[in-house]
Design a protein around this ligand. Structure first.
Ligand SMILES: Nc1nc2c(c(=O)[nH]1)N[C@H]1C(S)=C(S)[C@@H](COP(=O)(O)OP(=O)(O)OC[C@H]3O[C@@H](n4cnc5c(=O)[nH]c(N)nc54)[C@H](O)[C@@H]3O)O[C@H]1N2
Ligand SMILES: Nc1nc2c(c(=O)[nH]1)N[C@H]1C(S)=C(S)[C@@H](COP(=O)(O)OP(=O)(O)OC[C@H]3O[C@@H](n4cnc5c(=O)[nH]c(N)nc54)[C@H](O)[C@@H]3O)O[C@H]1N2
Ligand code: SF4
Ligand SMILES: [Mo]
Length: 677
């Protein structure tokens, strides 16, 4: 017998800084092996350990993947379903949508989504459908990074035009503030951050692998970043390191902020943050001397005053002129397609205008809204797993269990959330349809190429919404736009002139040949055209005019601050259902500083209980000085089904909104800890 084998080039579309290039061995139309592409500049042949396991494990496993539409036949959450046809599933969902809109109004239809896949079409096409209906969108970024976006928009008028990572060849210093690429972008960590000659400064309450390898690690107490930024600014000002030419031409509000800066000595900073004054001084000097890059992590703004923290940190490139020149700039999240349009490498391309702006609510309001029959009648979940990932798990579960809520979940797997659905629809995986990936770190666009037919009867997200639009007889042509038409126009928008098949063959492309030096013109899309340290827009929105050098109040006596950042072995909750990943994860841990543990009489390996007003969680204690004293660390996003008491760390997370952007303050969670006898 002869086999027909080939090697296909594609791209990982997970919510990850890396944007890895993948090679797929295919035989007789079936994926045999998923591996890293040695030619890809991001991962240079390697796949991260989680994807090496997951993509060759559950993602290909027909006994684990969802293969057919399912209809609930047991109580919500019982996981009892029967197989139904696509026709029946689509008909029932269309009827429910029509009836909900008629009886309660279209805004009682809610949909929630995020970055389950970040590919362009599968990540955005369904929103056209909901906007057309006038449904309510649960604002996706409010579970992740909205505070940072809001803050940077006040300061720079833009939050998604960072630096081009290629400019790092000209940097003398890279400051990584509240990001952990050793977990969240392992190849960026190895092949970008630590393959430059630049000095690396990491600011994190945890000695992550990224921090451990740094030239300087400022291990501050969580929630004290604004004070640290001000103390660094103080040293810069005191030692004559302010770039006054840059400031007078491009910065608004320096004179106003100066008295605050003058008050924040490094000695004051040491008391406020726990970072030795000498380290604050050393970091300030290296950063100011430059050329320097500043990477503001998403973890950094996931705290109660995350917006203020971001505004304070954003003073540093402004004061030192570390922006707009080779080797300089700030970075949060790059919107590569928007940058292509902005710098004019792309022809002007207009996306179909939505007929109206969607109504939105914050993810932080969902635990209570979900329980309110008058607010939500129909709930469609796609590209996310809110029961595992969102705050206040107990309320979220209660809301999903409501008998008068019609819930549809579209996923590749039977997640904890999907078990509460009335109808579950099977999504095709990234290996099963063509799409494009725009990296949010490197300024690249890459091809996601179909490597096999979708497993079972699964379908790409976009195809499911074309079916629904048709069943409801909706007349907007944008709801039916063909994938290859979208691929063509998106490539053009990125300034890439290849037609799809040629681009799929090529694999990826930068949006410019040479590294872009962003903001070199010194014009910012703020009202003044300058970087606004003092912001009237912030003031009009009820915030202070200036960033404030304040810190969070210490937890109440007996309470500790719990950080719950990203796990090395998971991608949010994705991969948590793979048995080989579960083996790597082991039992859920909480990391505690030996001094703190001593005060609670806790020893390494003890079973401990974390509790607060929302719930309790039993974990195994791991003693380590990798976490700052007085704080706790437990990684996010385990599947609930795999845990002894069907809960993960989000049972303890309050849906408290950040100061800006109504976003998640996951790392501001407070708990008590006790040994389980
Ligand atoms: N405690 C705590 N909680 C947190 C955070 C934290 O720091 N601490 N971080 C928050 C952050 S930053 C985020 S972004 C959220 C993320 O939380 P979620 O958005 O819920 O991310 P996942 O849990 O990975 O869920 C993505 C789902 O999409 C599915 N999927 C993959 N591909 C496709 C596809 O093509 N189509 C469809 N329909 N589905 C697909 C996957 O199988 C998976 O079930 O979690 C937040 N939760
Ligand atoms: N392996 C893996 N990779 C992922 C993900 C995953 O779940 N697993 N998730 C993806 C997603 S959705 C996102 S948003 C990104 C997130 O990527 P990152 O931006 O790296 O975010 P986090 O992992 O939440 O947190 C980063 C760091 O912030 C620190 N931190 C917490 N509180 C504070 C504080 O008060 N001050 C300072 N300075 N630091 C603090 C934490 O200790 C942590 O080391 O990663 C993506 N990549
Ligand atoms: S999750 Fe990130 S590191 Fe892993 S393969 Fe995908 S892009 Fe690469
Ligand atoms: Mo995220």
């Amino acid at each position: 017998m002869t086999t027909n084998s080939s090697l296909i080039k594609t791209t990982c579309p997970r919510d990850c800084y890396d944007g890895c290039g993948i090679l797929v061995d295919q035989e007789d139309g079936k994926v045999i092996k998923v591996k890293g592409n040695p030619e890809h500049p991001s991962n240079r042949g390697a796949l991260c350990p989680k994807c090496a396991i997951g993509y060759n494990g559950v993602w290909l496993d027909e006994t684990t993947r969802l293969l057919y539409p399912l209809k609930r036949i047991g109580p919500k959450g019982s996981g009892k379903f029967k197989r139904i046809s696509w026709d029946l599933a689509i008909k029932e969902i269309a009827e429910q949508l029509t009836n909900t809109a008629r009886q309660y109004g279209p805004d009682r239809i809610y949909h929630t989504h995020y970055t389950g896949t970040c590919s362009v079409i599968a990540g955005s096409f369904p929103s056209r459908f909901f906007t057309h209906l006038g449904a309510t969108e649960v604002d996706p970024d409010t579970v992740c990074n909205a505070a940072g976006h809001t803050a940077l928009n006040y300061v720079f008028g833009d939050s998604v035009t960072g630096f081009d990572p290629r400019t790092a060849k000209d940097s003398a210093c890279i400051m990584v503030w509240g990001a952990n690429p050793s977990h969240c972008g392992p190849h960026v960590n190895q092949n970008w951050l630590y393959s430059q000659s630049a000095k690396v400064i990491v600011i994190d309450p945890v000695r992550t692998e990224t921090a451990a390898a740094a030239d300087l690690h400022l291990q501050l107490r969580p929630g004290t970043d604004a004070a640290l930024a001000y103390s660094i600014a103080h040293v810069i000002q005191c030692e004559g390191l302010v770039d006054s030419t840059y400031v007078s031409a491009h910065v608004k509000g320096y004179a106003e902020v100066l008295p605050l800066i003058k008050a924040c000595t490094p000695q004051w900073g040491e008391r406020a943050t726990g970072v030795p004054a000498a380290l604050i001084e050393a970091a300030a000097r290296s950063y100011a001397k430059g050329p320097s890059l500043l990477w503001l992590g998403q973890g950094l703004q996931r705290q109660p005053q995350g917006g203020n923290v971001f505004r304070a940190c954003a003073m540093l490139p402004a004061l030192t002129g570390n922006i707009g020149k080779p080797g300089t700039g700030f970075y949060y999240l790059n919107n590569t397609l928007a940058i292509a349009e902005r710098v004019g490498t792309a022809p002007i391309y207009r996306k179909p205008e939505p007929q109206s702006q969607p109504n939105t609510v914050s993810q932080m309001d969902m635990p209570s809204l979900l329980q309110d029959s008058s607010a939500i009648r129909f709930f469609l979940v796609w590209n996310c797993n809110p029961l595992a990932s969102n705050p206040d798990q107990t309320s979220t579960r209660k809301g999903l269990a409501r008998e008068d809520l019609f819930t549809v979940v579209i996923d590749c797997f039977m997640t904890d959330t999907a078990e509460y659905a009335d109808i579950v629809l099977p999504a095709a995986s990234f290996l099963e349809f063509d799409d494009l990936c725009a990296s949010y770190f490197y300024l690249t666009v890459a091809a996601q190429v179909k490597c096999q037919e979708p497993l079972g009867e699964s379908l790409p997200n976009q195809e499911i919404f074309r079916k629904l639009a048709k069943a409801m007889d909706l007349d907007d042509p944008a709801l039916y736009e063909d994938d290859h038409a979208i691929l063509g126009s998106t490539l053009k928008a990125a300034g890439i002139m290849d037609a799809w098949p040629d681009f799929a063959e090529r694999g990826w492309a930068h949006i410019s040949v040479e590294p872009l030096i962003l903001w070199s013109e010194g014009e910012f899309p703020t009202p003044s055209g300058k970087i606004e340290l003092a912001s009237e827009r912030a003031e009009a929105d009820g915030h202070p005019r200036l960033p404030q050098p304040r810190i969070d109040s210490a937890p109440a006596p007996g309470k500790l601050r719990l950080l719950s950042p990203a796990d090395k072995w998971l991608m949010n909750s994705s991969f948590g259902n793979d048995p080989r990943i579960q083996k790597q994860l082991g039992p859920a841990l909480v990391v505690i500083h030996p001094e703190t543990a001593g005060a609670f009489n806790i020893r390494d390996g003890d079973r401990v209980r974390l509790s607060n007003e929302l719930g309790e969680l039993d974990l195994t204690a791991k003693l380590s000085d990798a976490i700052t004293p007085g704080a706790l660390l437990s990684y996010k996003s385990r599947w609930l089904k795999t845990e002894p008491r069907a809960a993960n760390v989000n049972i303890l997370q309050a849906p408290t909104k950040t100061d800006m952007g109504e976003s998640s303050s996951a790392h501001g969670t407070e708990v008590t800890i006790s040994k389980i006898p």
